[in-house]
Design a protein around this ligand. Structure first.
Ligand SMILES: [Zn+2]
Length: 393
């Protein structure tokens, strides 16, 4: 079962652009859905036609993009073959999509031409929805010192591959890879563009909810919402919810969906953690005027804990704090960095906690001392998923 959903098959559109189906050999089996959802970006280092000619024989990525076309070469769900996998860890099967862009990488900071940029961004926006690949990066734009074209390049050996969701360049994939594409690409511009095309004003924030199976401690925070907001509202209303009224509950859940969705986190996991921490909004610290949604700074000593002026602020502090746990220090988009800074201004976070929890499991023994903390949050999330009160699922 997939913790973060992947739509199988063929896209027909990416934003405003048509996606053409040009099926190529896919000898690599299926994508490994147990890993955090990632995509890999390449440049062809040659012409569109010569690249396509090769992909019809071997080494096909999932997509080939030029300034005029978006081609899908393999169905979603099938492993692409544009990476080497000479030595562990696995490479191709851990990538939910690989995009080859017709063109040449550069060693100085660079960007695709406008027509290509628009197509790559639209495709990444579509893949955020279809394959739950968040529009984030595990690394900053500024490249470390060369050499990059070596299997021992520091980003390949950083341990991020297979543990952190988002978009990687070929230059950042281990497993015996030595290509350095896409070089010093200005990723943050590309991802900002992808975000702007993946949502439109008035539309729900973030990708549409898709639920492909139970939440476990291995479930990634970076994911499309696993359930619609209504299910969270129903769950809380079905239980004692302290001093809060139906309208308050709806507003609290909406703030979670907006805030978590805006930075690529699954709001279900945040709402489940809030419910676990506050005993579904009945705990002392969750009541007004404290409005503390997740036991932030609450140690058990009398009076010790953080109060928030209103729920909206407490939710931003909660989501930003989880985000700081979920992504490597300094790796976020400007929007993510801003939310983290705001959250940590309410209560600092020791540096050894940054980036330790790409999945729920990382919170156990850290956010709370309880070694079963992640399992407990997963259990609440699954109760919300199933609806009703209890029972198998
Ligand atoms: Zn490549």
């Amino acid at each position: 079962m997939s913790a973060t959903p992947l739509q199988k098959g063929w896209l027909t559109k990416a934003g405003a652009f048509a996606v053409e189906k040009v099926e190529c050999p896919a000898p690599g089996g299926s994508v490994d859905l147990s890993k955090p959802p990632v995509g890999v970006l390449h440049t062809t280092e040659g012409s569109f036609d010569s690249a396509l000619g090769e992909f019809k024989v071997h080494h096909a990525p999932t997509f080939l993009v030029s300034s005029g076309r978006i081609l899908q070469l393999l169905p979603l769900g099938a492993s692409a073959a544009a990476l080497k996998h000479d030595v562990p860890p696995e490479s191709n099967r851990w990538a939910r999509a690989q995009i080859e862009v017709a063109g040449f990488s550069q060693e100085d900071p660079w960007q695709f031409d406008p027509a290509t940029l628009a197509r790559v961004a639209a495709l990444m926006g579509a893949l955020a929805r279809a394959a739950s690949i968040p529009l984030t990066r595990p690394f900053p734009d500024a490249m470390p010192p060369k050499p990059w074209a070596t299997t021992t390049f520091s980003r390949r050996t950083s341990g991020k591959w297979g543990t952190v969701a988002g978009w990687f360049g070929h230059v950042e994939v281990p497993s015996g890879n030595a290509h350095w594409d896409p070089g010093a690409l200005r990723w943050s511009e590309l991802l900002a563009r992808a975000k702007s095309v993946s949502g439109s004003p008035g539309a729900p924030v973030g990708p549409p909810p898709v639920d492909h199976g139970p939440v476990t401690p291995k479930s990634a925070f970076h994911a499309a919402p696993r359930v619609p907001a209504d299910k969270c509202v129903q769950f809380l209303l079905a239980r004692d919810h302290g001093e809060y009224h139906t309208g308050d509950i709806r507003a609290i859940v909406r703030h979670y969906y907006e805030t978590a969705g805006s930075v690529g986190l699954d709001p279900l996991l945040l709402v489940a953690q809030m419910s676990e921490e506050t005993e579904h909004l009945t705990s002392f610290w969750s009541q007004r005027p404290r409005c503390n949604p997740a036991g932030i700074g609450v140690t058990g000593k009398p009076g010790e804990g953080v109060s928030f002026r209103k729920w909206e602020i407490g939710i931003r502090a909660h989501v930003g704090r989880v985000l700081a746990y979920a992504i490597p220090a300094g790796s976020g988009s400007p929007r993510q960095a801003k939310l983290i800074a705001e959250a940590l201004s309410h209560r600092a976070l020791p540096p050894d906690r940054l980036g330790v929890a790409p999945t729920l499991a990382g919170l156990s023994g850290r956010w709370a001392k309880d070694p079963n903390y992640a399992a407990k949050i997963a259990a609440v999330a699954n109760q919300i998923r199933r609806g009703g009160t209890d029972g198998p699922g």
